[in-house]
Design a protein around this ligand. Sequence first.
Ligand code: SAM
Length: 230
Amino acid sequence: MDWQYNEFQQTGKDYASQEEVDIYDPSHDDFRNIQQEITEAENWILPTQQSRILDIGCGTGNFSIHFSERCERLYALDISTPMLALTRKKAAEKNRDNISCINAGYLTFDFPACSIHGLISSLSLHHLPDFWKSVALKRMFTVLAPGGRLYLHDVVIPDTESEQAIQEFIDLQGERGGDFLREDTQIHFKEEYSTFDWIMQNLLQNAGFLVRNKSCRDKVLATYFCEKPV
Ligand SMILES: C[S@@+](CC[C@H](N)C(=O)[O-])C[C@H]1O[C@@H](n2cnc3c(N)ncnc32)[C@H](O)[C@@H]1O
């Protein structure tokens, strides 16, 4: 398709830069409780030793490393080769040989239909514009087995008092992580593609997902607990 979006072109933060990869985990510790997020994802996806799990936009691999201990095969996907290199290094340190690190993204992964039991998408779908989010979600729905579950966590804009919520979040990030996190968050809204909650819910439903639950913190950090009907 000669009009396919080039998802390998980084938008906003350049996660293909080694410098960004090196500071990623410490800077995110300033505003996230990643262990809590991972537990939430695990409690939703409920992996078993027979599960194949896909982590799209795996970044530094924190979800992938955790889930690999609880499933048969973990596919860690990212468009950034330095991010994948760090995930590989963490996997080697923990002797995990059931992680496949793949340089691909939402629009380019290639798995058989219904072959995946759980999908993790954390803080990465917003790198695609809305039309391409919809293409991505339909592809995700296709590879997921019936009854399979999606944990989708991302920066999503509330439907009301949106500008106020964004400004409050930028200020909060500044208090938590100083100028670095403030600018990081400004770049997010200026150059990346976070969308409205009502659009995200519609995109998920149009792709076929059942949105079973939703939670939100700091007004913009939303999690959608989704399922493919049996
Ligand atoms: C903010 S990080 C999130 C990393 C990790 N999932 C987390 O929760 O900490 C975003 C990651 O998404 C990756 N990314 C950007 N566009 C992507 C795409 N189209 N497909 C897959 N990954 C993508 C970036 O390279 C980066 O590693």
